[in-house]
Structure formats: C-alpha cells, structure tokens
Design a protein around this ligand. Structure first.
Ligand code: T1G
Length: 704
C-alpha cells in the first residue's frame, strides 16, 4: 500500500499519509507526501487541501530509525515538506487524531489551519531522545501558544490532550470525531473566504513579549540545575529565545544548528538506544507475536510478605482478582493490612480515588488454604529464597492447580529448572522475577526454563504489559541477568572498602556517575541480610569465589540496614537520610587491620571503573552464554531495575560509547591490582573479540 493517497471532496484534496503502526515520517512517506501536495497545489480544480494520517492516528513524528542512517536529512527532509505546506498558496488544513507528536506536530504547525479530535494526544517529545524539535517546532509553536506554554510543552516532552489548547491559535476547531470531515468543511470555507489571498502562516505571528527574557532566564537556572546531565533542555531554551528575538528564517537556522549539536551527543545516542531497547526487549525470536496466549482472568500469590503483597497489588491495579495465600493467619493479616495501607496512602496523597481503592480491595481474597486457589489461571510463588521451601511449594501447586494454570516463581537467583523438575508440568513453569517494591519497579525478569512452553512465555510477556511492567527474558543461571551482574559489582565494592575506600565515598562516586543510589545505600534499603544469605549459599556452592568479609561482619552485628535502624549508615526513626556511622568506621578499620591491609586513597574514577566494568564484563559473559537475548536487554534490566543512569543508556551502551578496545585496555590496567581476585579483570572473550574487530555490543551480530 502506498504511503500516501489523495481523494477529493468537492474542490478539496484530502491527502492521507503514513504507514502502520505510527505513521512515522520516513523518507518514502516524505517523498510521496511532497509529490501529492505539489500535485494538489498545481491542480486547478483543487481549492484547498486537507492533510490527514491513517489508522486513526496522525503521526508519531520523524522516523527515529533514520537518525542512525542519515536518512532523516535525505531530501525531501521534513523541513522541505513543511516549507512546501506552509508556502502553499491554497489553504492547507491538518486533521489530527490519535497521536500527533514530534515531526508530526511540526508538520501540522506548517499547515495554515488545524482541526483536532479533543482527546488526540499532541506533543513534542524530542527532549526524551536528548533532542529538540528540529523541524520548526521551536519557532512555530511559541508563535501560536506563546513562549511560556511552548516551553512547558517542549521541556516536558509529554503528550497532552488537544483540548488543553482550546481557545489558542494552535487549533481552529476541536471535534469529537471525523476530524478529516471537519477539516474538509473548514478547508472549503477558508478557500472561499481567502479567495486567492495568501493563507495565514504561523511564521507571520510574533513570539516576542516583555516577559520572555525573565521567563527564559528563570528557565535556564532551573533547567540547568534539574537536568545537569542532559544538554537538550538548555538548548531548547536557546531555540525559544531565538523564536522571540530573531527573524523566522534566522530562528530556523538557529534551531537547526542546536538540533545538529544535540544529535551527536552521547546522551542523545543513549536515549535513542533506550527507546528502541525497551521495545526490542518484548521480542522473542523463536516465539512469534502470533503465538497463542492463555487467558489470565485470575491469579494466586503464595506468600504475603513484602514481595508477595507488592506482586498482588500489580494484579489488583490491573483489575485481576487475586488469591493471597499464607501459611499463618498473622502473616496473612499483615499482608492484607500492607495492601490496604498502600492504597490508603495513595488515596491520602490524591493519587487514587477512594472508590478505586475500594474496588481493588474487593478483588483480593486472602486465604490459608491451597484448596481455594486451584482455579486461578496463574500462581506466583513469592516465598523465602530457599530451594527446599520452593520445591515443597511447587510440589503442592502441581497437585492443586488446574490443568493449564501457569506456575510462576518469583525467585531472584535460584535454578528454575530444578523448581520445574518437581512438577509433572515443567512446560507450565516460568520465572517472574519482580523487583522490590514490586508494585513500583517497572522491571520484570521473565525467566525461561529449559522446558518453559512458548505459549507460557508469550502469555507471561503479555501479562507483563497488562501489569505495566517492562519484561526482559532471561535464561536460567544463578542471579539471571541483573543479580548475576550485581554480584560482581558488589564484590568490587567490598574489595574497595578493604583497600581504603569508605562506603560513603563509593556511594558518592556512583551517584556522581549517575546511579540513583550507590551500592551501600541500596543494600541498606533492600536489607543487608539478603546479600548475607546469598553469600552463605554461594560460599557452599562456589567456595573458590573470594568475597571481602566486611559485609558479613556488619551483618553479624545485626546491622541489616534501614529496617534495623542501622547498616552501613545510621538511620533515625522517620528520617530517610543516611548518617555516617562510627560503629561502621571502627568495624572497617578493625577489619582492614585484621586482614593486614593499609588503606590507600582510591580515586572516584577507579571506583566507577571497577564497579561499572564489573557489570560490563559479567554482562558480556551473560550475552555470550545466551542468558540474555541481546545486549540492549541487559541495558534495559539496568535502566529499569538497578538505577543505572538513563543518560548513559545502560552498561553495555556505555561500554560501546567508550569503545570496547578502551574498555579492554582499562580492564588490563585494573588487573595490575590483584587484590581480592587476581583473575577478576580477565576480559570476557566477547569483549576481546569485539575489541579486536572494532565491534560493539549493541551492533548487529554482537552475539557470539
Ligand atoms: N520512529 C520510528 N519508529 C517508531 C516511532 C518513531 N517516531 N515511534 C514508534 N515507533 C515504533 C516503535 O519502535 C515500535 O516498533 C512501534 O513503532 C510501536 O511503538 C524532526 C526529530 C507513538 C506513543 O518520540 O512515543 O520527530 O517495536 O510500541 O505503545 O523534530 O511509539 O513494533 O518494531 O511505542 O502504541 C519524535 C515516539 C520523533 C514518538 C505509540 N517522536 N513514539 O506508542 O507503540 S523525533 C517520538 C512513541 C522527531 C523532529 C524530531 C510511541 C507512540 P516495533 P510503541 P505505542
């Protein structure tokens, strides 16, 4: 099907454009659109033109895939098409519905009139890609809605309903349906009114005003502080200043220059990588989109602890009835109360209507009996991270759950194949590793066992979307993707403490790099006893793997973190701040003396390199073993589950940005310090191979 088709309604030419799913304005569409508009302008029988999208949507903007290929600047580029529209001697009306974003809105701004469905989502989300609207949006929008409103639209990048702009010059009419019909009526009327006179253009309006300078001055101060790691916001402000102070042509030139500067920033590359990475994660090469899925109309959660109740809330929020099972009434009541408190808190903050909280609460059925849950379509086990306990639970689930029910484990590290093996239906077993707090964190590791059936996998991935989670498929290994990499990250963090870096310095270095929280703050939040339990298990399974003992010594003091009032830091009741702890400082000093290490000054660069490259090296092993389907999946795990800075695109993207040759070289430098584990810094074979070939993790064919 052609990307553009023209029909006639009387003397109005209706030009419909775009290709599914989002009518992005790629080269083929731009070429066909320019041809169709030129033909309509040249046709003496045409008095006016309507521009409309297809499939119920206008356009999601430029084709982001073209940024990496240079296709975006190939003529006719978006500027050329929009100039053709704006310069038309015949009135052109844009008919907007669905989404009208980025270059799509810029195209509509080039039209002389705009009609929109009131609920259509319009916006300029380029800032989320580390860019700014690069096809006249920073020059036309402020001329239509004023600099202040344009600043909010462009800096936030958020799509908003068209009705928010009612009464502004952005839309000439807001309708409830059939925007093309309304646009056609308006086009014919305007053709009559204008009677050959030039139609009105946004460029002929002014964005100047007495408050622009102070407004932009204030915006620079706040944006500069709030988005220090992101170059786009300040350049957006520069572009808007040009709209208010320069001629339209000069303003366009300024916008183009600023856009080009942003396009080549590592931050924009990282954000564009993250955009596609999040969408790629949902794809499983050997489980096509057409794979049938099982209906999930009810769920059962085993375990009413922090994780179990958090998981249950996800289902309740999605309107799916949940059985919450515990073995003891006290624990069950605590879990139910925790859920009620969560909703009450959201109602109190105005984030949830009381009626919705009540409706969700009604979907919860607490129970102490496995007899009650057999009819559920999926059951998720969220009991203590102990294989024997999980095997016992799955043996019971195998006996009570109806045929076809999905049996899921929330295990964060254990061998899912062993768990599946205790059942008679290993094909129905899958891992659904939620991250705490399970009702908040977007990441869901979907663990694919050797026997997991394709339709079970497809069903779980679809369920993840229903629960508004970002699902990443992981193979079975100790720790799956995220925690297996985290293990090496934490080993290095503890070695650094042995050698002389204090927890606060390590956290500060990581947070300056961009992590939401450093390793010791995170550990205090999650509970140091969790890592302690895992290290004990791993010490039995892999006695050869060396750990610093400092974390165990901390736990032996009962310092499990925030939940015990003290961990690596001290905490005060009702105060979420972490305070330096003299107990910990003395513990570390005694520990270093006991192991015979004279503390040395460790630079922030060494801290960050050792922690981040520990992630990268283990990520390379995970990729080579096929535990992760693609490098960008590893990035998504760390961006959505571990607080890795989005502006760096994820650990593998960050390594690609530095270059794997440089990464391998730095690892060899780090290997000169044999402290803790002399073999730690041996680069993964995949890193060696890509470093030698000049390849990158995220380029095609980066798989082993
Ligand atoms: N270009 C290319 N592909 C796009 C795309 C785009 N703009 N938007 C979406 N896709 C793909 C996406 O990768 C996925 O592909 C499929 O469409 C469905 O997307 C010059 C420079 C429109 C709200 O930033 O916000 O214009 O995985 O899963 O949930 O100033 O897509 O199926 O292969 O997200 O229904 C500015 C980005 C571009 C909008 C729909 N525009 N897109 O959400 O579907 S830069 C944007 C979205 C620009 C100009 C500048 C959302 C959506 P696949 P999806 P959805």
């Amino acid at each position: 099907m052609s990307t553009v088709e023209t029909s006639r309604s009387g003397s109005v030419a209706v030009v419909r454009f775009g290709e599914p799913p989002v009518n992005s304005l790629g080269l083929a569409t731009r070429q066909a659109l320019a041809a169709a508009i030129s033909a309509a302008i040249a046709d003496p029988g045409v008095s006016a033109i309507v521009l409309a999208g297809r499939n119920g949507t206008f356009s999601a903007g430029a084709d982001i895939k073209e940024f990496a290929t240079g296709g975006m600047i190939t003529a006719p580029n978006l500027h050329d098409v929009i100039a053709l529209v704006a310069g038309s001697p015949k009135p052109i009306v844009a008919a907007i519905e669905g989404t009208c974003l980025g270059g799509g809105l810029e195209l509509a701004l080039g039209a002389h009139y705009r009609v929109a469905v009131a609920t259509a989502k319009v916006g300029l989300p380029e800032v989320k890609l580390g860019l700014l609207p690069g096809a006249g949006g920073t020059q036309r929008l402020p001329r239509l809605i004023g600099v202040e409103n344009a600043l909010n639209v462009i800096l936030s990048g958020e799509p908003v309903p068209a009705k928010l702009f009612a009464g502004s010059a952005l839309f000439d009419a807001l309708v409830n349906e059939d925007p093309a019909g309304a646009a056609t009526t308006l086009a014919a009327a305007k053709a009559g009114e204008l009677a050959g006179k030039a139609p009105p253009r946004a460029r002929d309006r002014s964005a100047a005003g007495p408050l622009v300078e102070p407004l932009l001055g204030f915006a620079r101060t706040t944006a500069g502080a709030a988005y220090a790691a992101y170059p786009a916001p300040l350049k957006i402000i520069d572009a808007l200043e040009a709209a208010a102070t320069q001629s339209f042509e000069d303003g366009l030139a300024t916008e183009r220059q600023l856009f080009a500067e942003l396009m080549v920033t590592p931050v924009s590359r990282a954000l564009r990588h993250a955009f596609f990475a999040e969408r790629a994660a949902s794809k499983i090469p050997d489980v096509p989109e057409s794979t049938p899925v099982r209906p999930i109309a009810s769920a059962a959660i085993i375990g009413a602890g922090t994780m179990g109740t958090g998981i249950a809330i996800n289902f309740l929020n999605a309107g799916i009835p949940v059985f919450l099972l515990e073995v003891g009434k006290e624990a069950l009541d605590k879990g139910v109360a925790r859920i009620a408190d969560t909703y009450a808190g959201q109602v109190k903050k105005g984030r949830l209507k009381p009626a919705d909280a009540e409706a969700r609460g009604k979907l919860l059925t607490p129970t102490l009996s496995y007899d009650d849950i057999g009819g559920a379509d999926i059951v998720i086990e969220a009991v203590f991270e102990d294989m024997a306990i999980k095997e016992k639970v799955f043996t019971t689930l195998d006996a009570v759950m109806k045929p076809g029910a999905i049996l899921a484990s929330n295990t964060s590290t254990l061998d899912l194949d062993r768990i599946a093996a205790v059942t008679k239906r290993p094909g129905d077993v899958v891992g659904t590793h939620f991250f705490s707090p399970a009702n908040i964190m977007k990441l869901l590791e979907v663990v694919r066992g050797k026997a997991t059936a394709p339709d079970v996998l497809a069903t779980t991935m679809k369920l993840a979307r229903t629960l508004k989670k970002t699902a990443v498929v992981s193979g079975v290994c100790d720790g799956f993707i995220g925690n297996r990499m985290l293990e090496q990250y934490l080993r290095q963090a503890l070695f650094l403490v042995d050698e002389g870096a204090d927890p606060a310095a390590i956290d500060a270095a990581c947070e300056k790099f961009g992590f939401a929280m450093g390793p010791f703050r995170v550990s205090d939040l999650a509970g140091n006893d969790i890592g302690w339990h895992i290290r004990k298990r791993r010490a039995l399974e892999h006695p050869d793997v060396v750990y610093s003992k400092i974390a165990d010594k901390l736990c032996e003091l009962g310092r499990f973190g925030q939940k015990t009032g003290g961990g690596w830091y001290d905490y005060k009741p009702g105060d979420r701040n972490a305070y330096p702890s003299k107990v910990v400082a003395d513990l570390i000093a005694a520990h270093r003396q006991a192991i015979g290490v004279t503390p040395r000054k460790v630079s922030s660069r060494e801290i960050v390199d050792r922690l981040v490259f520990a992630l990268v090296n283990e990520g390379a092993h995970i990729l080579a073993e096929g535990i992760a389907q693609r490098a960008s999946d590893i990035d998504i795990v760390y961006l959505t589950g571990y607080g890795f800075p989005v502006f760096r695109g994820g650990p593998m993207c960050y390594a690609d940005e530095i270059g794997l040759y440089a990464v391998a070289l730095r690892m060899r430098e780090l290997a000169r310090n044999p402290y803790g584990d002399p073999g730690f810094w041996t680069p993964a074979p995949l890193i060696e191979r890509l470093a030698a070939s000049g390849g990158s993790f995220n380029s095609a064919g980066a798989r082993p």
